[in-house]
Ligand binder design. Sequence first.
Ligand code: ADP
Ligand code: MG
Length: 265
Amino acid sequence: EPHGAHARDEAAPRRSRAASGDDLIVLENVNKHFGDFHALKDIDLRIPRGQVAIVVGPSGSGKSTLCRTINRLETIDDDGGRILLDGQPLPAEGKQLAQLRAEVGMVFQSFNLFAHKSILENVTLGPIKVKGKRKADAERHAMELLERVGVAQQAKKTPAQLSGGQQQRVAIARALAMEPKALLFDEPTSALDPEMVQEVLDVMVQLAEGGMTMVVVTHEMGFARKAGDRVVFMADGAILEDTDPESFFTAPQHERARDFLGKIL
Ligand code: ADP
Ligand code: MG
């Protein structure tokens, strides 16, 4: 399968960067409680620049919480654990926090576009408000990005006039407009009609091949094998397995992982 082989060739330099110790995202001993409930348990995870890490696991295992802590939509327990982005601890508040959210873009299951703004405005708003870009520059860049994800024709429309797959591609363009260091995807295709899943995954494969650092919560195994450098398997708030996609899908080590794969395959 030529395209898959190409994708894997592309993955090789990403993996060799992994060996350089250039970690963009680092979680050390991260715990997260919601009241008495222990949602993240001693998470240690280092994501090298350019790596695509796939996060899988049963519902309720803490995948979304993990993503949300990385761009600080959730705080973590104050027990010595920490999260670093590009070597720096995550900022707590204020302007720096907005900056962090720009540097670590997030794409959600529900596209979260502004319903009353045009597609173009959805993409230019952040760069203008948060990054202080001039409107004309922001629009030029936004049109390039919309072109790249294949929805430039829709720029003047509102989100409701687009299909789910188109809206999710706009959400990706909007995240890219902030020129992020990394992108987090939380089940980006699970709310889509089946025929629209691939068009979104294709955009994500393009990003992966372009060297974007990505954390992707998804059960799309084809994508994981094609674009993923690594699969992180979570259950009950802990990382139980962390290996390459081929090993994970063909020879999972944990009983919980085997059980999980039995259900999704
Ligand atoms: P996943 O994304 O793997 O399905 P989540 O990270 O959404 O799992 O949730 C992990 C666990 O944490 C679940 O049991 C969920 O109910 C709980 N949880 C998540 N967010 C909150 C919250 N804001 N308050 C209380 N419990 C939460
Ligand atoms: Mg989730």
